[in-house]
Design a protein around this ligand. Structure first.
Ligand SMILES: [Zn+2]
Length: 159
């Protein structure tokens, strides 16, 4: 795990209860690492997994990383407060597959988080972003589809 700290986090207002999987939507890990290091992006994940399986620690678990935005999970609107955000480097274009190295790297991270925190569910940014202002959006209205655009993404591989 390589430390690449971001300023884009604050204090949690809820205990950690779930893991939200993402794709960073970028062709280059270096661009994502640069973007999340900038205060003006207001974006961060806890961990980013590069295409070669290298893992970058961006925000400490204990802090509320700014990964999700408008969303809801089990009635909680502040999903960032209850979640750990794990991102794959992936273009999120419906064509690029996750690499075997990424899939292999995600599993021990999730296992370690399950051992450390009371994780109730592993979910995706697509799933949690389907609610806005208490209303369920249909597919065409959803803000986010990550990381489910990756053709070989299967949520049960991580759950
Ligand atoms: Zn996302």
């Amino acid at each position: 795990m390589i430390e690449r700290p971001s300023p884009n986090h604050n204090a949690r207002s809820h205990p950690i209860r779930c893991i939200v999987l993402h794709a960073d939507g970028s062709p280059k890990e270096s661009a994502t690492l640069d973007w999340v290091s900038r205060p003006e992006s207001k974006v961060a994940y806890h961990v980013l997994i590069a295409r070669d399986g290298t893992c970058y620690r961006i925000v400490p678990d204990e802090r509320r990383a700014w990964g999700v935005g408008y969303a809801a999970w089990r009635g909680v609107k502040d999903v960032n407060s209850v979640s750990l955000s794990l991102a794959f480097s992936n273009r999120d274009d419906g064509k690029e597959r996750l690499t075997d190295a990424q899939i292999a790297a995600a599993k021990p991270i999730i296992a370690a988080w399950r051992a450390k925190w009371a994780i109730e569910e592993v979910t995706t940014h697509k799933i949690v972003s389907r609610f806005q202002d208490g209303r369920e959006l249909h597919d065409g209205q959803r803000r986010k589809n990550d990381p489910e655009m990756a053709p070989n993404f299967v949520l049960s591989d991580y759950a």
